[in-house]
Write a protein that binds this ligand. Structure first.
Ligand SMILES: [Zn+2]
Length: 309
């Protein structure tokens, strides 16, 4: 077995990678995700794309270890999905269907957990077996790796870090229906919300008052030395840092990896999270390393490939 496939299914595109089993990416490409008709074409489309690639590269089934698939939904240990927010799927036996379509071994997992596996295998967590990955995008995603395995849990919903309750007094609702979720403060939209609240609190001068608010605008202003932006980032850092300290007390990670669009702010972001983390972490966890994710959009295909190896 010299090869395997890593497939990262998203709401608009499916990213696919052909990997050598030592982790080298031999090829990667994308196909559109056809979500219409309850997403019935998605898996057949992927199967077709893999077969085409194998023909193009003259690969036999015997040379391929299998196919790992990351899915934006909870996935149980049998590769079964109960529902998806943006693929059109209801109940779907992803692993079984894909095995029938391709004749190859298949493993499936939640996309955030899979991305964490990718960072552990080839990225920021390389060499580690215990890791937390937080993805700060439109929402907050997460993956928890314990002893080299992504924590899937009883419902495939393990590692849903974004929905840790960090403020029970919150009055606005999170997308999940609860109130006070980490996602409401640490995602790109959450940081924008913190900024809006802070600017409304008084009329202290800030460059942010003349700009369209976004997480990027806040970090850009911070880098220019804007004191109000700094207050906002301190608040963000406290929410995320304390949440990570709580998680560290449970899973004792060697490293905490921060990825997603917000992490493009760079190293400056880590300092604000680490400061509050250190303030509240259990003494044995205080030296946990914080690092930025390294694989970007490739984390999903890398982790999916790792899933099958
Ligand atoms: Zn929530």
């Amino acid at each position: 077995m010299e090869y395997c496939f890593g497939v990262d299914i998203g709401g608009t595109t499916v990213k696919i990678g052909l990997f050598r089993t030592d982790g080298e990416i031999a090829d990667k490409w994308e196909i559109p995700t056809h979500v219409e008709n309850r997403g019935e074409a998605i898996l057949p489309d992927v199967a077709e794309a893999l077969k085409k690639k194998m023909a193009e590269k003259n690969l036999e089934i015997s040379q391929v270890s299998g196919i790992g698939i990351g899915i934006p939904a909870p996935v149980d240990e049998n590769g079964i999905v109960q529902n998806t927010a943006n693929l059109g799927w209801g109940y779907k036996e992803v692993k079984r269907e894909m095995e029938v379509l391709t004749g190859m071994k298949v493993a499936a997992g939640n996309d955030a957990n899979v991305a964490a596996l990718g960072e552990m295998w080839l990225g920021a967590g390389k060499g580690e077996k215990n890791m937390i990955m937080v993805t700060l995008g439109t929402g907050v995603g997460g993956g928890i790796i314990v002893n080299g395995q992504a924590l899937a849990g009883a419902h495939g919903a393990g590692g849903e870090i974004g929905h840790l309750c960090v403020d029970p007094e919150e009055t606005e609702r999170c997308g999940c229906g609860n109130r006070g979720c980490l996602e409401q403060y640490a995602s790109a939209t959450g940081i924008t919300r913190l900024a809006r609240r802070r600017l409304a609190a008084d009329d202290k001068a800030s460059a942010l008052r003349e700009k369209e608010l976004s997480a990027k605008a806040v970090f850009d202003a911070l880098k220019e030395g804007d004191p109000v932006a700094e207050e906002i980032v301190e608040e963000f850092g406290a929410y995320l840092g304390y949440a990570m300290a709580n998680l560290a007390a449970v899973t004792d990670p060697a490293v905490i990896v921060i990825g997603g669009g917000v992490s493009k702010a760079g190293e400056i972001l880590l300092g604000y999270v680490e400061k509050y983390f250190k303030e509240r972490a259990f003494f044995a966890n205080k030296e946990t390393r914080f690092v930025l994710a390294q694989l970007g959009n490739d984390a999903g295909i890398c982790g999916a490939a790792k899933l099958i190896l």
